[in-house]
Design a protein around this ligand. Structure first.
Ligand code: PEP
Ligand code: MN
Length: 445
């Protein structure tokens, strides 16, 4: 234990990108004071357990499935929406577990994913200019002056919404809903109903047989009925995550107890910026998004700053290169970082490098591009002998029409039918399952 207290406010001296301009600083101070004494949402021991599981990913002995909305909303914290997401995530996980023959570490972009970085701080519509929507933690989605005004009170609502969501997640993953045979039955229904399902019949049948075999052997461990589930979000609004950082009584070390894992976004990973500084002080497992402009030196500098003791499981690089670039830019990055001896979990975000605008004006993504980036990710890691450690996706358990393609062949003209995202386009339930079966094929290739 270090005698010197760890300075958790050193980031305040540094430039912090993507922070809201709160109109009322006194109100912010008041809200942050309340958050600072609020109960933790997660416990340091749980964060350490996730870190141990991510260390297995670094070794090549586990695979990460991380996903959820681009932007959670307060209105979306319903039992039904959370159940559908958990259900889809569990369905994906069973397919990946079987195909990879390794444990799948399940991490939601859930229970805290309420803040968004934006490319412009304002939005102009029909000549009117208002602050951009920065997520429900900051302001409202409606294009009105009142809604778009950053309101610190929303930090408290974010905390409470995260608590409600995490409670549902814990209940759904511990309360019998996660029963392996039940989850497999849902997958069988998907295979039967999906136009693309035939392709997956063989794999589904194999899982069927494996489950029947274990059942016949009398194997019925608790792992068949409950799963470990972890929460994560982009820790963007530093006042929020700082206020929810606590000193762990066991070790005297600081943890951001708003989520098990937090990550730094592509727009806030400046080495001399406030986010990297803040993250260097907390002990959670952390991620950093790396886009196509990341040089090996950038990545190595992040390793030195964020994981100086080279602790496996502490640092995950989430690459988001785009399907067209991954095969060119990822090899050098992975090769040099690996050669340095850095212990890194590499996971693939096949969403954020593949966004485009449809003629209708909807932001969208093609499932085929998403699949191609994941395929490129596997190819690159296989060629280098490193471990393709997981995927990070934006999805929902509902039948939205936000991404094009998939078994139901959603076309650009269909997007307006059910386009509900508060930010980026998400894979719907069946596109997510398509992805899981296709990743399973890659895993076995
Ligand atoms: C996101 O994950 O929603 C996001 C904004 O990603 P990135 O930081 O990689 O652009
Ligand atoms: Mn997004």
């Amino acid at each position: 234990m270090s005698a010197e207290p760890i300075n958790l406010d050193s980031w305040r001296e540094l430039p912090a990108a993507q922070q809201p301009e709160w109109p009322d600083r006194d109100e912010l101070t008041r809200v942050v004071g309340k958050l600072a004494v609020a109960p933790p949402l997660v416990f340091a021991g749980e964060c350490d357990q996730l870190k141990t599981e991510l260390a297995a990913v670094v070794r090549g002995d586990a695979f990460v499935l991380q996903g959820g909305d681009c932007a959670e909303t307060f209105a979306g914290a319903t039992a039904e929406a959370v159940r559908n997401k958990i259900k889809t995530l569990l369905q994906m996980a069973i397919v990946l577990t079987y195909a990879g023959s390794v444990p799948v570490v399940k991490i939601g972009r859930m229970a805290g994913q309420f803040a968004k970085p934006r490319s412009s701080s304002v939005e102009v519509r029909d000549g009117a200019e208002l602050p951009a929507y920065r997520g429900d933690m900051v302001n409202g989605f409606e294009f009105t002056a009142e809604d778009r005004r950053p309101n610190p009170e929303r930090l408290l609502r974010a905390y409470h919404s995260a608590a409600v969501t995490l409670n549902l997640c814990r209940a759904f993953t511990k309360g019998g809903y996660a029963d392996l045979r039940q989850v497999h039955t849902w997958n069988r229904d998907f295979v039967a109903e999906s136009p693309a399902g035939r392709r997956y019949e063989q794999l589904a049948r194999e899982i069927d047989q494996a489950l029947s075999f274990m059942h016949a052997c009398g194997a019925n461990p608790s792992e068949f009925h409950t799963v470990e589930f972890y929460s994560s979000h982009e820790a963007l609004i530093l006042d929020y995550d700082r206020a929810l950082t606590r000193i762990d009584s066991r070790t005297g070390l600081p943890y951001d107890v708003s989520a098990h894992m937090v990550w730094i976004g592509e727009r806030t990973r400046q080495l001399d910026g406030a986010h990297v500084e803040f993250f260097s002080r907390i002990r959670n497992p952390i991620g950093v998004k790396l886009g196509p402009t990341t040089s090996p030196d950038d990545a190595l500098a992040l390793v030195r700053k964020l994981n100086p003791e080279n602790e496996p499981g502490r640092l995950t690089f989430i690459t988001r290169m785009g399907a067209g670039r991954i095969r060119d830019v990822l090899p050098d990055l992975v090769e040099k970082v690996t050669a340095s001896g850095a212990q890194i979990a590499w996971i693939c975000d096949p969403m954020h490098g593949n966004t485009f605008e449809a003629p209708s004006g909807h932001k969208t993504r093609r499932l085929d591009d998403v699949l191609d980036e994941v395929a490129g990710f596997f190819e690159v890691h296989r060629a280098l002998g490193t471990h393709p450690g997981g995927i990070h996706i934006e999805f929902t358990g509902d039948d939205v029409t936000e991404c094009v393609g998939g078994g139901h062949a959603i076309a650009e003209d269909d997007l307006s039918r059910r386009y509900e995202t508060a930010c980026d386009p998400r894979l719907n339930r069946s596109q997510s399952l398509d992805l899981a079966f296709r990743v399973a094929e890659l895993y076995r290739a």
